[in-house]
Unconditional design. Structure first.
Lengths: 91, 296
């Protein structure tokens, strides 16, 4: 990686569909150990998500997903949220 | 006045026509359901693929972390899950997978393995209870349009029984959809979970191990991941079966519609012949009557 990018790829995937995917600057999620904020170029992480809200800041858009649980993986500047149930709000 | 014969034939034509309407409607519904099931299989694929990727990464990074769902036990009781439809009129779809499952069960029985049977669909339930098998659990109203919640419910029952030692392994019998004309009854191992392998069929130990941070520890993560993996596997197998069911029904209903059309053609010809014979008789009577009048 030559220049550290300021955004990362985020995919929110449920068993029945890909709910959201795109570039984002900032992600806040609740894991079983507490809330974490994720910026671009985060170190590899594997975490279990708790029931709660995931906030994604993508440019001007804020996406709020209410999830029932699942997993969060960070690898190579890509955040993958495997969620079991989720509803999405955008504003 | 139409003769009794002609009226009977016309009644049959009407009845065949209404049957044809029903089979044609079922054919069209089945066709649209295949498309839907295929779309859902496609929509579910990203999750399943990510899940496999994540499990592989965790397993690789955490070395030999054990989990009850991975542990192979000596086979005392085998769980058998058979996926069929609730309704018939689907050609050989149900009997193919039922025969395959029963053959396997007889084989296991010969080896002294006890069977615990789980049924998806009314057809499996009636087939096996008619033959005197005991049913541990049946799941109905699932296969027409399976949802992830259905898969979760089934997975929950199976993993609970596996954890409690009621069963030592679980196989699923379902139908793989290849194309509109080809669906293959298949068997897959659900439990214990075989760790996903790479496309070349080798457990991948070569690739660079990713050093993750874990929240909480790898064993706990794996313990949460594996039940979800079972759920998503069952979900995909339900969708495959559903697509096969609808494809099979579409084909059966198409054949029925074609038969009805052929029958209508034959009956219409018979009706026309009967009508013609009647007219001929009438003319003969009139001519005969006129001749008798002029002769007198």
């Amino acid at each position: 990686m030559v220049v550290a990018s300021t955004s990362m790829r985020v995919d929110v995937v449920s068993p029945e569909a890909v709910l959201w995917s795109g570039e984002a600057e900032f992600v806040v999620a609740r894991t079983v150990d507490g809330e974490i904020g994720i910026l671009a170029n985060h170190e590899p992480l594997m975490a279990a998500l708790a029931t709660g809200t995931v906030n994604i800041q993508a440019g001007e858009d804020r996406i709020r997903a209410t999830v029932g649980g699942g997993f969060l993986q960070i690898l190579n500047n890509a955040v993958t949220l495997l969620v079991d149930e989720a509803t999405l709000e955008e504003d | 006045m139409a003769s009794a014969e002609l009226r009977a034939i016309r009644r049959r034509i009407r009845s065949v026509e209404s049957t044809k309407k029903i089979t044609r409607a079922m054919e069209l519904i089945a066709a649209s359901r295949i498309v839907k099931a295929r779309q859902r299989v496609r929509a579910a694929r990203p999750y399943a693929e990510k899940m496999i990727e994540v499990i592989r990464n965790v397993a690789r990074a955490s070395g030999d972390v054990g989990d009850p769902l991975l542990e192979r036990r000596e086979l005392g009781t085998m769980g058998v899950l058979v996926v069929t439809s609730d309704r018939g009129l689907a050609g050989a779809y149900n009997s193919a997978v039922l025969r395959m499952a029963e053959r396997q069960m007889v084989e296991l029985g010969d080896q002294g393995v006890a069977i615990r049977l789980y049924a998806v669909g009314k057809k499996a339930q009636t087939y096996f209870s008619f033959r005197g098998y005991e049913m541990a659990e049946s799941f109905l109203a699932v296969t027409d349009q399976p949802t992830y919640a259905d898969a979760r419910r089934i997975a929950q029952v199976l993993t609970d029984d596996y954890r409690s030692g009621t069963v030592d392994a679980v196989d699923i019998f379902y139908t793989v959809y290849r194309s509109a004309l080809s669906y293959i009854p298949s068997r897959a191992e659900l439990l214990p979970v075989s760790p996903p392998v790479d496309d070349d069929g080798q457990p991948d130990a070569s690739g660079p191990a990713v050093s993750y941070e874990y929240e909480p520890d790898p064993a706990a993560i794996l313990g949460r991941l594996l039940p979800l993996y079972v759920e998503s596997a069952i979900y995909e197998q339900l969708l495959e079966s559903s697509a096969s069911e609808h494809a099979s029904r579409q084909r059966a209903m198409k054949a029925a519609t074609d038969n009805a059309e052929e029958l209508i053609r034959v009956l219409t010809r018979t009706a026309n012949q009967a009508r013609q014979a009647e007219i001929t008789t009438e003319i003969a009577e009139i001519v005969g009557g006129a001749q008798a009048m002029s002769a007198s």
